[in-house]
Design a protein around this ligand. Structure first.
Ligand code: HEM
Length: 528
């Protein structure tokens, strides 16, 4: 039978007649420099890696679609937003999703205890909308200027290249707002069983804007129809001994077998404004919004039904960012959200290149025509103005061929008044209520795993860090602080006697009962 397979070529389209041997003078060399085929092959190979993401380097991606219910809870979605992706029913909006860990390098084990990234690109009829979130619904810090310090402390020591518990807790000990997320992270919720069986959340606060230009603050959430499953440290170690990429395998195997994972999309909503009646700041991403006051309103579903054809082209080069919003979804003044927004496209211009948005994985869906006046730069692939306007790469122009602005919409005008400066909001004093609620809401086995993990970590920390951490845990819940202190042999009375942190308010807690849903578990946490 004749061989029907395609012929191997160089990138110039020349057929390769010998791929086994260098061109050499005689059988034993030397090699010659005019060997184009070899030079093309080896120099391309030399450039095959791009810088890994500075955070969230280890990840896996999948394609899928989003279907809106046209409603937010029981009300028409248009009451809150004019974004067509949430309003129009019967439309399958194409999506690409990348799940990740945070601190580990590109090939690090997927069993690591770490928040999981949950980055979603909706390729909507109005252009792209990215929602770049995590599985734990909150974050460690609430001011973007702290992010590089936080990541430095969580990543390996610059001398030994080892991640160290004392570096992590040295940072956390100075940041009471991190105790809530640390309580999640050191429990089994810090190691989701895989990417399919975990929740997602946009974490930061956004705004929905309707046709009349009326805005509401909102938070976005993903609820997995597969349920939620987490691992103890012992279970994770057992998996890691055999497989460092178990979560990618689980995702690819299930999608390839037609077992498509699915998430419901829900929003929490409150009127725009300072909402001074609340005892927490709705712009503080270290806090959750209690669901008895702000229920999870379902508004659509996402299905992942296709694995990438090529990991590098689609997953490694994918670029998500918090600045990528569509009309009807807007920024809030959440200081983390605002600080993040520059960072994503900045790093992507460095990591992938200035024309990263021309790559198919990052470009809008084919139905959305991109007509910008941007030209040139490294790796220019397409030229937006290939039509009659190809000469006119500026705007405005008196000529008929140039591009014009889109018709105006009813803009949302946020009133802003204040003194320019560096502030902490006065409503961020209580960093303990929700951490304590989290501790009390865990099942016994989860609490035991949490304490065991923290005891192990505390034993690696110097005494000043140990004492401050026990002080924080004790303020969140007395039983929490006592058990960590006893397990790690830390003097509880000495820890309790510490003064408040310099420049921070003395710890205090709220008293209201609150309801939260975690996985399939809805729980009311009692007032203390
Ligand atoms: C000031 C705060 C933050 C800054 C400066 C920041 C910065 C970054 C940067 C530079 C990247 C790499 C992007 C790339 O190379 O494509 C990244 C990735 C990511 N960040 Fe953040 N980040 C911040 C906070 C957060 C928060 C609060 C979350 C979760 C709610 C988050 C979730 C993610 C995710 C999921 C990715 C991976 C995206 C992907 O899969 O490509 N980040 N971040």
């Amino acid at each position: 039978m004749s061989d029907q397979r395609p012929i191997l070529t160089t990138r110039q389209g020349h057929p390769v007649r010998d791929n086994q041997s260098l061109r050499t003078v005689g059988e034993r060399g030397p090699a010659t420099l005019e060997n184009y085929q070899f030079i093309e092959k080896i120099t391309h190979f030399d450039r095959e890696r791009i810088p890994e993401r500075v955070v969230h380097a280890r990840g896996a991606g999948a394609h899928g679609y989003f279907e809106a219910y046209g409603k937010i809870g029981d009300e028409p979605a248009s009451k809150y937003t004019r974004a067509r992706v949430l309003n129009e029913t019967g439309v399958k909006t194409p999506m690409f999703v990348r799940f990740s860990t945070v601190a580990g390098a590109k090939e690090s084990p997927e069993t690591e205890r770490d928040p999981r990234g949950f980055a979603v690109k909706f390729k909507t009829v109005d252009g792209n909308w990215d929602l770049v979130g995590n599985n734990l619904k909150v974050f460690f810090i609430r001011d973007a200027i702290k992010f590089p310090d936080m990541i430095h402390a969580f990543k390996p020591d610059p001398v030994t290249n080892r991640q160290e518990a004392w570096r992590f807790f040295d940072f956390v000990a100075q940041h009471p707002e991190a105790i809530h997320m640390v309580t999640w992270l050191k429990s089994p919720w810090g190691i989701p069983a895989n990417y399919r069986e975990m929740e997602g959340s946009g974490v930061n606060t956004y705004k929905l804007v309707n046709d009349q230009g009326v805005a509401h603050l909102c938070k976005f959430h993903w609820i997995p129809k597969q349920g939620v499953r987490n691992l103890t440290s012992a279970q994770a170690s057992e998996i890691q001994a055999k497989d460092v990429g178990h979560a990618t395998r689980d995702l690819y195997d299930n999608i390839s077998a037609g077992n498509f994972p699915e998430w419901e999309f829900a929003v929490q909503i409150m009127p725009d404004g300072p909402n001074d009646h609340l005892s927490f700041d709705p712009l503080d991403d270290t806090k959750r919004w209690p669901e008895d006051q702000f229920p999870l309103l379902k508004c659509g579903r996402m299905v992942l039904d296709r694995v990438p054809d090529n990991f590098f082209a689609e997953v490694e080069q994918s670029a998500f960012g918090t600045g990528v919003l569509v009309d009807g979804i807007d920024f809030s003044d959440d200081k983390m959200l605002q600080g993040r927004t520059l960072s994503y496209s900045d790093t992507q211009r460095y990591r992938v290149g200035p024309n990263y948005l021309q790559l198919p994985i990052n470009a809008p869906q084919p139905g959305v025509k991109v007509y910008s006046n941007q030209r040139d730069g490294q790796m220019t692939y397409g030229v937006d103005g290939t039509g009659p306007n190809r000469h006119i790469n500026y705007e405005p122009s008196t000529l008929a061929e140039g591009l014009r602005e889109a018709p105006k919409t009813t803009e949302y005008h946020q009133p802003v008044e204040g003194k320019l400066g560096r502030f902490q909001t006065s409503r961020t004093e209580d960093d303990y209520t929700q951490a304590g609620n989290r501790y009390r809401s865990f099942e016994d086995w989860e609490r035991e795993d949490l304490i065991a993990n923290l005891v192990g970590d505390m034993k690696q920390c110097p005494e000043p860090i140990q004492l401050r951490m026990v002080w924080h845990f004790w303020h969140a819940d007395e039983d929490y602080g006592r058990r960590v202190a006893e397990g790690a042999g830390i003097d509880l009375e000495k820890a309790k006697a510490l003064p408040p942190l310099p420049g921070r308010a003395a710890p205090h807690k709220r008293l209201e009962a609150e309801t939260y849903t975690d996985g399939t578990r809805a729980h009311k946490v009692a007032a203390e």
